[in-house]
Design a protein around this ligand. Structure first.
Ligand code: ATP
Ligand code: MN
Length: 465
């Protein structure tokens, strides 16, 4: 074939004018093939957009026998004229002059058929899952959201700060950790009193995968002012729910001189910015998902962007739940750690909009949250979303050295000196929060299960690929 610069299908479909009546070069996977004995039509997709490009094969130019392997799932290289389409359903099409087959896909064994597959089935076909319309859409939206997050913080003057994935601090208080070790598990070295001798381990002490970059993030914020992290976190909690993964990505901004109200303002502005960005830049993909999975998706996204979030103290939230007259599976009382059904009642039934719940009892929150004057509650803030429940968890941090040391002692935490030093030398009021990236993607895509918004989900008893 002639050497012509390849054009993506997205370019040709979104801005065809410069290419009309010229020879174009496209490459992609065949989604469907149909036609008659005079002409054949391929729907070609290259992943750049959810839309397919129609390729017209005139059988006076091509040998039927040569075209035999061009079936659903095969990959091809096509050159031909881009013309305004006569058929309905597309604005332009390529009238092929030449076709090269890269790879065939035997129709008898190719797992993706034209009829829809269940999402569960697709989870087992990791290599083909991204080639479906659904996951293509989800993954493009995921990308756009990741970009929007970096853009939002960069434009605000925040610095991207990388915190460690392997950590020796086991006090982040956010759930069970996966241990990292090179010790021989069937022949563990023991100390004199029969405990595992971690001094013989790779790092000379016990180490794990991080559950949150926050504590290290605070060191960044108390030097650079405003930072954010965006990286993977790992939790060995046995939560077999549609909202939990064992490996997920988290965005954790941390800001010196921010108090709880500033923190809430930032969280609300941030999440609205991301949703807006997706609405503006992922129109085709969101519309596809709305049509196939969730008719109210676009309306729900707009609603969140257009309305103020409710801000409500935990104590008030408990009163509303108690007075609701609703039969909850888990009991409601002051001091309880809210379950997803409680969070969703407040958001979906009572207020009918996102809620930022603040000032939780200190017993159910982490040691680093700033104690209120009542001595009972801490300056926590959880952002609760429709269909999701908690999407963000954050707080103003305890900047007072004495109070922080008290809370650390209460919980029997050790080895925290490196962290407490931020309060020992030039301490400042500061705040931050963590957004679970997949929960955001879940919300924006309208998917039902968090396992379907990450390319390779990890959850209990599942670590394929
Ligand atoms: P939950 O109560 O829903 O289990 P959490 O309170 O343990 O969440 P945090 O420690 O506050 O969560 O983490 C901050 C954010 O990270 C949460 O608001 C949520 O969006 C996300 N997140 C937490 N755990 C998971 C998980 N296992 N999988 C995916 N996202 C998670
Ligand atoms: Mn939380």
């Amino acid at each position: 074939m002639e050497k012509i610069r390849r054009t993506t299908i997205k370019t040709l479909l979104s801005d065809p004018a410069p290419y009309i009546d010229t020879t174009v070069d496209v490459k992609g996977w065949v989604r469907t093939r149909r036609g008659n004995k005079h002409v054949q039509f391929l729907a070609l997709n290259d992943g750049s957009t959810i839309k397919n490009l129609q390729v017209v094969l005139d059988l006076s130019k091509f040998n039927e026998e040569d075209l035999k392997p061009v079936t659903t799932g095969s990959s091809v290289h096509v050159q031909g004229r881009l013309v305004a389409s006569q058929g309905k359903g597309q604005s332009v099409e390529v009238q092929a002059d030449e076709l090269e087959i890269y790879g065939t896909a035997d129709p008898n064994t190719y797992p993706l058929q034209k009829k829809g597959h269940t999402l569960e089935f697709l989870r087992e076909k990791a290599h083909l899952r991204p080639r479906t319309n659904t996951f293509g859409a989800v993954l493009r939206i995921r990308h756009a959201l990741a970009y929007a997050i970096h853009k939002f913080f960069n434009d605000k003057g925040f610095y991207y700060f990388n915190t460690p994935l392997i950590t020796a601090s086991d006090c982040e208080g956010a759930g069970a950790q996966f241990q990292v070790t090179t010790l021989p598990l069937n022949e563990l070295p023991l100390t004199d009193d029969g405990k595992i001798d971690y001094s013989a381990d790779f790092f000379g002490k016990m180490a794990s995968l991080t559950v949150s970059g926050q504590l290290e993030g605070e060191l960044g914020a108390t030097a650079l002012g405003c930072i954010y992290t965006f990286g993977p976190t790992f939790r060995a909690e046995n939560s077999n729910t549609p909202r939990h993964l064992s490996e997920f990505w988290m965005i954790e901004p941390e800001m010196a001189f921010y108090e709880i109200e500033d923190n809430m303002d930032l969280a609300e502005e941030f999440i609205k910015y991301c949703i807006n960005y997706a609405l503006e830049h992922c129109k085709d993909d969101i519309e596809f998902l709305a049509e196939h999975f969730d008719k109210e998706l676009v309306e729900r996204l707009r609603f969140v962007v257009d309305n103020d979030f409710v801000r409500l103290p935990y104590t008030e939230g408990i009163k509303i739940l108690e007075q609701s007259g609703k039969k909850f599976e888990f009991p409601v009382y002051w001091g309880v750690d809210l379950a997803s059904e409680h969070e969703r009642y407040l958001v979906e039934e009572h207020f009918k909009r996102p809620v930022i719940l603040t000032d939780y009892p200190k017993e159910i929150k982490a040691f680093y949250m700033k104690l209120n004057d009542d001595g009972k509650t801490v300056r926590a803030m959880d952002v609760l979303f429709p269909k999701i429940g908690e999407i963000i968890g954050g707080s103003q941090r305890e900047e007072n050295l004495v109070k922080l040391e008290e809370r650390i002692a209460e919980q029997g935490l050790e080895g925290m000196d490196w962290y407490v030093d931020t309060r020992r030398f030039g301490t400042v009021p500061h705040s931050g929060f963590g957004l679970g990236f997949e929960r955001l993607v879940l919300f924006v895509t309208g998917m039902q299960n968090i396992r379907d918004v990450i390319p390779f989900p990890r959850y209990p008893n599942n670590c394929e690929y």
